[in-house]
Design a protein around this ligand. Structure first.
Ligand code: F6P
Length: 416
């Protein structure tokens, strides 16, 4: 039975070019964002570091004894580091390697269980040759393993490497404990002995993943009357400059994103008014409402500093965990944004989120894989669009400042 008090090791399984690293990094990003100390241990990187990146495909042939021994050594070095990470304060680790034989998995599992860890195998199976071919061309042939090698030669060698792994491959069986099998990039999911809240969340998350490239656009609402006054929270309408921004944004969105965009707002006036000029259907999420400043709602930072100095200082001391009396902390905001993240992952069209400072900081931290405690300090000024474009293992960012200039472009104005 899965034990929620035990630390977790996700052990990836699958042939090369089956998206294991993509899945491993996604799981890590999601769990880190939720506040779990999570790290990926990629055996390929250990191999490159210790043995050099250029290895002929024959190195991966299971009949090549020297290659087998060298690969086993680097796999165990990565495993040792993973166990140290978990011993020294990590919560969750992801062991990213092919782990394609029962023997190798039994070894990894035994070491993890000896260290008191719960092991969950995450196996990626892809039976669609077109998808594998696409991944080889898009990622593998350009990986450091093939630096300077002509593409066709790299592709040929990589296919041979896959064939070597295939010759020894054994699928994970029911006698091997907890597992999730992701088949054909999530078209089918098979679960075995997946129990407990956290694992259920991870599986739910995995259900929404896809690999179709598309951008996510984040912008705060146009300047509001409260922004002009330096007051936080509330539900005030847009200022004159804010309405101007709504019009500029509509033009830019038409030009750069096109009509096939999904538009999300919060349930607050300032985001809904900003979206109106777009003339597109929108979805208003309560989960996207601004951080609830509780008893401080409607105050300026100066008023909080003067009238409630202890609260002001407590927030300065730990802005991430500080919870406004009868309100929220950044940590709370992250928890309530989880369904938004699931939808964001599931959506295949570009998404434009018209939100608020704190909420967008939390979404940005997820997209850009920033540690959660950094998120209260991410700069998301008014009248700026952030275009985030997911790449194979990360996300590119472009910022576009648009007129008119708001009274308080940084949106911080003496905030803690
Ligand atoms: O000032 C605008 C605002 O969206 C407030 O409503 C909110 O309380 C604040 O930004 C969040 O920023 P910080 O966490 O830096 O105070």
């Amino acid at each position: 039975m899965a034990d929620s008090t035990r630390k977790l090791a996700f052990v990836m399984v699958g042939l090369p070019a089956r998206g294991k690293t993509f899945i491993a990094r996604k799981i890590a990003r999601y769990l880190s964002w939720l506040g779990h100390r999570t790290m990926v241990f990629n055996v390929g990187s250990y191999r490159r570091e210790r043995l050099g990146s250029r290895q002929h495909h024959s190195f991966f042939d299971p009949r090549n004894d020297a290659g087998q021994a060298a690969r086993r050594d680097v796999a165990l070095a990565a495993l040792d580091d993973m166990l140290s990470f978990l011993r020294e304060g990590g919560d969750i680790a992801i062991y990213d390697a092919t782990n394609n034989t029962r023997e190798r998995r039994a070894l990894v599992r035994a070491r993890c269980e000896e260290a008191g860890l719960e092991v969950v195998f995450v196996e990626s199976i892809c039976n669609d040759p077109a998808l594998v071919e696409e991944n080889i061309r898009a990622n593998k042939a350009r990986s450091p393993d093939y630096e300077g090698v002509p593409e066709e030669e790299a592709v040929r060698d990589f296919r041979m490497r896959i064939a070597h792994y295939e010759s020894a491959y054994e699928e994970v069986g029911e006698d091997e404990g907890h597992f999730v099998k992701i088949i054909d990039v999530g078209r089918t999911l098979v679960l075995h002995r997946i129990e407990g809240y956290l694992l259920a969340r991870v599986v739910h998350y995995l259900l929404n993943l896809h690999v179709q490239p598309r951008s996510v656009w984040l912008t705060r609402h146009g300047e509001s009357e409260f922004n002009v006054l330096g007051r936080i929270g509330g539900d005030s309408p847009l200022s004159e400059a804010g309405r101007g921004y709504a019009r500029t944004l509509a033009g830019v969105a038409r030009e750069r994103i096109g009509p096939d965009v999904v538009v999300w707002t919060s349930t607050l006036r300032r985001t809904i008014e900003t979206a109106e000029a777009l003339g597109l259907p929108t979805r208003a999420w309560r989960a996207l409402d601004e951080i609830d400043a509780g008893v401080c709602d409607g105050m300026t930072y100066e008023e909080i500093a003067d009238g409630m100095p202890q609260e002001y200082e407590a927030r300065q001391a730990d802005k991430f965990r500080y919870r406004y009396p009868r309100g929220e902390s950044y940590q709370d905001v992250i928890q309530r944004l989880e369904p938004v993240i699931f939808e964001l992952e599931r959506e295949r069209r570009p998404v434009l989120v018209i939100g608020h400072q704190a909420v967008l900081r939390a979404l940005y931290a997820y997209m850009m894989d920033r540690p959660p405690n950094e998120c209260p300090y991410v700069s998301i000024p008014l009248h700026t669009i952030l275009e985030l474009e997911p790449t194979a293992y990360g996300c590119d960012e472009r910022r576009i400042d648009l007129p008119p200039t708001p009274v308080d472009p940084e949106g911080f104005r003496q905030g803690p």
